[in-house]
Design a binder for this molecule. Sequence first.
Ligand code: GLC
Ligand code: GLC
Length: 822
Amino acid sequence: MNYGHFDDERREYVITQPDTPLPWINYLGSESYFGLISNTAGGYSFYKDARLRRLTRYRYNNAPLDMGGRYIYLRDNASLQSWSPSWMPTRQQLDSYECRHGMGYTVIKSQLAGIESRTRYFVPLGSPLEIWETTLTNHRDETADLSVFSAVEFALWDANDDATNFQRNYSIGEVEIVGNVIYHKTEYRERRDHFAYFACSEALAGYDTNREAFLGPYWGWDSPRAVTTGQSSNSMAHGWQPIGSHHVKVQLKAGEQKKIIFILGYHENPKDAKFDPPESQTINKKTILPIISRYLDATEVEKAFQALHAHWQGLLDKFQVSTPDVHTNRMVNIWNAYQTMITFNMSRSASYFESGIGRGMGFRDSTQDLLGFVHLIPERARERILDLAATQLPTGGAYHQYRPLTKRGNNDVGSGFNDDPLWLVLAVTAYVKETGDWSILEEPVPYDNQPGSEQPLHDHLQRSLQYTLDRLGPHGLPLIGRADWNDCLNLNCFSDSPGQSFQTTTNKDGKVAESVFIAGLFVLAAKEMAALAERYALQVTSYTFNVQPSTFYTDAISQMEKIIWQHGWDGDWFRRAYDDFGHVLGSKENDEGRIFIEPQGICVMAGLGIEDGRAEKALNSVGEHLATPHGIVLHQPAFTRYYLHLGEISSYPPGYKENASIFCHTNPWIMIAEAKLGHGDKAHDYYSRINPSVREELSDLHRCEPYVYAQTIAGKDAPTHGEAKNSWLTGTAAWNYVAISQWILGIRPTYDGLQVAPVIPSAWSGFEAVRSYRGVRYVIKVERKGAGSEVQLEVDGKSMEGNVIPMPVENTKEVRVRVTII
Ligand code: GLC
Ligand code: GLC
């Protein structure tokens, strides 16, 4: 059953039934202020850091699952009926309901008893605040006498402390109310110079700031006493749970319409101008009031919305395609690109499944996310690269995570995930190929944020690779450390105490367990470095710093490849690892965990075995042992019990998460590998199996949003095979984008120009694409004449050798490319 449909023209997903299998959410904000919003207006907001600057409270894992958010209540003061126009939290049956999730905004529209309500939620560019613009329309024949209540529950800033430290928190809540603005100023009296505010465009009939007063003792958000009785109590929060609720009375004549604007925002005052008068405890409002009055003006709101719309249009227009497959088109043109931007902003920090409390931005996560959005916002990719590299350790190793607010490495999780630094190489080379900005390699970047330790970024890349070479195990393969890409393959952990973190517990010295995956990733990264070094030598005549020649990398590559063939090849596929006893994993010798997806993907992407048929063999084994109709699982057979020497991977029930689910992040590696072998049908088939738009009609099974990828889909060993989990914040977004755009459609940046080498399904007669690249618009038309994947290029009417379009002469705006597949 479908719960909605795509509106591709407007770049929206339209949900037509409020009780979706799970909350189907969207993200608001793209700079410093962010919010999550579900199809029933649930969710929360924060400034920059979901844990440390939380504006509104959210109870994860609640019952019902999605309770608490940006609620508006309506009350008919004549009939005494009250309801939520977003269905939640009152769950009053509505006569009509529609939620449109768009690019950076959500519109929820409904009607009950002739009263239509439409609320548009968005965060304007350049201002740390969110706007709720509500339009009420009276479709009745007579005047309606309505009450409108808004409601948010404030978090006391540190979301973790907010949810645990009640002996303190029940005493610290403070608010101010002036006119139609509610100010939340907990801890402003001491070290905070920021506060939140919740403003309304209308004169108030009343307000509440004390939760108990608004809800009534023992009553919940589904039936606040203030709403059911139509009476706010003008409560002042002193401690306990501060909330913001405005009460506005509205008389609407037949056919009349009324707009009410609410703004929820974050504001910082200069440290020495916090109070007004200075010796008082009253918030200085001089700096915020102009912002509030600006956005309470409907014309300004419309302007801000149009600017946001234009912003997204500008971003998405950088790459648009038209293929014979509607699912491919809408993912590439709209939702996949959008999701890569959200993962860039959030990494894995804040969703309904990543609580925003536990972790910072992952090093390997953010470096991979970058692959998906670098063409959209290269300037911010540059900044992200430099931030990440600055947390790198002098050994070349990396903190596993860093905190976005401080940009420092997260000591709680530490380092020692031995794949981490290699991803930086892929991110930087992707950035240079996209932008041609070689200067980034010379940018001085510190190690571990220590002033004085700055070295050119290029040195960081060298150390990333050296880190692997300095840590080789008994077979000459890279030591795995705490884990590699698979965070749960903890071969040095040996944890037998409940509750111990698999990520940070180490009971072995780490000198034996090795990873074939890291070996493959090393070859991939070293090939990128060799190519970079070669070009770099052409770019500059003399270096002011030490640069390894490309032969250094080619030697290291041959050596590593030799070792992989010796100890990492199992005859029909690549092995996965060697454990602390030196025993193989991912081999025919194993009863469980005989074959894993990760090394097949990464080794073939690195080019191993492409010439001699072994790559093909490995991919055939993937097809035979790991592929399911819902995607490709991580490994087979799943682990049926806990193995002390394998760690968290065997802690999950079979078919879930790292224990043999379809971990969607890895599927595009196989798509790319298939494309590298010229198998367009296979590559696109795998692409379609996990494409959320294709899976829309399976919504009752899939359960997650049909417009974004989820981290996992339950594998074939799970009782719920096909059910997706943990939507939105996953490396799946970036990698699928890379797989479809660069390898299947085959349009990829190189150091020398844009390459067009499509490996498309045999049934496609071709496709069209428009790609912005280094300031030039490439209008590309691909036509299939033959069955293969070889191409002939015609650039601006002239036929050309090869498949890389040379850089056009300066000031060229547009290049027309005809591609014939022969
Ligand atoms: C999660 C982590 C990612 C890891 C993956 C597999 O998605 O964020 O870093 O590679 O799980 O364990
Ligand atoms: C758990 C998850 C894994 C994630 C890791 C770090 O192990 O299963 O996917 O990468 O935590 O957050």
